[in-house]
Design a protein around this ligand. Structure first.
Ligand code: 6PG
Length: 238
């Protein structure tokens, strides 16, 4: 497992934000397809991109998709798209056609199919699986990642590009990339911060018995984990 550990949540998110910018810049004139996760941690990354990289990047080459989305309207406080629009897209010069939101307000099964098609039509395929350039993941205290929660480990092997998941605690339906698509990406980064995640991280990194119940443990070893000291309390970093 590859990890980079930083003192604070802010430093961790800023380091990953800069890593992504470097990859975009390195790709010269190529289009870059990035899939974002939701939750609160990415907001710091968005602030770094908005504050420091409005003009250092040709945002017209960058296409944003979502790793997962809550099945809510875009103006709902829970909407990953809505929060990204507020914290990032409103601050950078990115064409609206580069923003490929999940229609959280649509019927979940119908939207999973539609979003699968949108991704498959716009991304290169490898063995029939769409390949994102960069996938940014978080991890919940229960070891979920994307919207693949412990009771739905089978979504890690789903054949579809996008599937319907569910938050088992709230019953809220989710639209999420399936495991094979996540694991196929060129670059996969986790951004995990906070003491609440330390014990699950320890289980995953030390491959303790039972770690396989955590969906995040099934993400490829190619992933690079950006961790703050609190989350990495039991994990040796680089
Ligand atoms: C979501 C996310 C989810 C998130 C984790 C961590 O839509 O909620 O995609 O997988 O990454 O729950 O969330 P925090 O970064 O807020 O801890």
């Amino acid at each position: 497992m590859q990890s980079k550990i930083f003192e604070t949540k802010e430093a961790t998110a800023a380091a990953l934000a800069e890593q992504v910018i470097q990859l975009i810049q390195k790709a010269n004139n190529k289009e870059i397809n990035i899939a974002l996760s939701g939750g609160s941690t990415p907001f710091i990354m968005f602030a770094v991109w908005a504050d420091r990289h409005k003009t250092t990047v040709d945002w017209s080459r960058v296409h944003f998709y979502w790793v997962d989305e809550r099945c809510v309207a875009p103006d709902d406080a829970e909407s990953n798209f809505g929060n990204t629009q507020k914290n990032l897209f409103d601050q950078i010069p990115i064409p609206s056609e580069n923003i490929h939101r999940v229609l959280g307000e649509a019927h979940p099964a119908t939207e999973a199919k539609r979003y699968s098609t949108e991704i498959e039509e716009n991304l290169p395929l490898f063995g029939g699986i769409p390949v994102f350039d960069i996938i940014l993941l978080g991890m919940g205290d229960d070891g979920h990642t994307a919207s693949i929660f412990p009771p739905m480990l089978h979504l890690l092997e789903a054949r579809e590009t996008v599937v319907v998941g569910e938050n088992p605690y709230s019953g809220q339906q989710r639209i999420t990339l399936s495991g094979p698509v996540i694991n196929k990406a060129e670059y996969i980064f986790f951004l995990v911060t906070g003491a609440g995640k330390a014990s699950v991280l320890e289980s995953i990194f030390k491959q303790k018995p039972g770690a396989e119940k955590y969906p995040a443990s099934h993400i490829t070893d190619r992933a690079v984990w950006y961790l703050d000291a609190d989350a990495a309390h039991h994990v040796a970093g680089e």
